[in-house]
Design a protein around this ligand. Structure first.
Ligand SMILES: C[S@@+](CC[C@H](N)C(=O)[O-])C[C@H]1O[C@@H](n2cnc3c(N)ncnc32)[C@H](O)[C@@H]1O
Length: 176
């Protein structure tokens, strides 16, 4: 019994330590795209069978699983936090999903093939990754950001997903 308790406590502590280390590294807290928004965001992205969708900071894959129901060509999530990455892999297996998850810093990823990029991060990181997107992605690539704008680049569409929560419920759509 005592060994069982020690095992559970050690597992919980490891998960906590992993989460703290990832947050320290990325400076982006884990918050999943809210349940009531996922499908509406995916619906706003004009996904076709040719779409190549990247979620940079994919957490446990919630947005990508919602986007998968639109049958795009490829879905890829980059996630640094081991806990969320493993959870995403486990959920993908249970769902028989074809979403590909990569445990890597998205700032070092090759994102040149993306046709749609989804970002739910924090403003300083959104500005940083936008520079990378502009230099690597083809003109016309769609970039969707939840909550944070890209400073100095006008969105072609702003969707107020939660009129009663204007700060957190806006989706901004941009083109490279
Ligand atoms: C706010 S959560 C969003 C999760 C997911 N996109 C969703 O909408 O449900 C942001 C995630 O980005 C991850 N992240 C932040 N910076 C990263 C980086 N440089 N490389 C990979 N993942 C990163 C964090 O670990 C966190 O899980």
């Amino acid at each position: 019994m005592i060994f069982y308790f020690i095992f559970i406590a050690a597992a919980a502590l490891s998960i906590l330590a992993y989460s703290v280390v990832s947050f320290w590294r990325t400076r982006v807290p884990f918050v999943a795209t809210p349940n009531d928004l996922r499908k509406r965001i995916a619906a706003a992205l004009s996904i076709t069978s040719e779409s190549v969708i990247y979620d940079l900071g994919s957490g446990r894959g919630t947005f990508l699983f919602a986007a998968e129901s639109y049958h795009p060509k490829t879905l890829v999530g980059y996630e640094l936090s081991p806990v969320h990455y493993w959870l995403a892999l486990a959920i993908a297996r249970l769902r028989h999903s074809r979403v590909k998850f990569v445990r890597r810093d998205f700032m070092q990823a090759d994102i040149s093939k993306a046709t749609i990029i989804y970002l739910f991060l924090v403003s300083p990181i959104v500005q940083k990754v936008w520079k990378k997107i502009k230099s690597e992605c083809a003109p016309g690539t769609i970039v969707a950001t939840l909550s944070d704008t890209i400073i100095g680049h006008p969105s072609y569409s702003t969707i107020n997903l939660r009129p009663h929560h204007p700060r957190t419920g806006k989706l901004y759509l941009y083109r490279v």
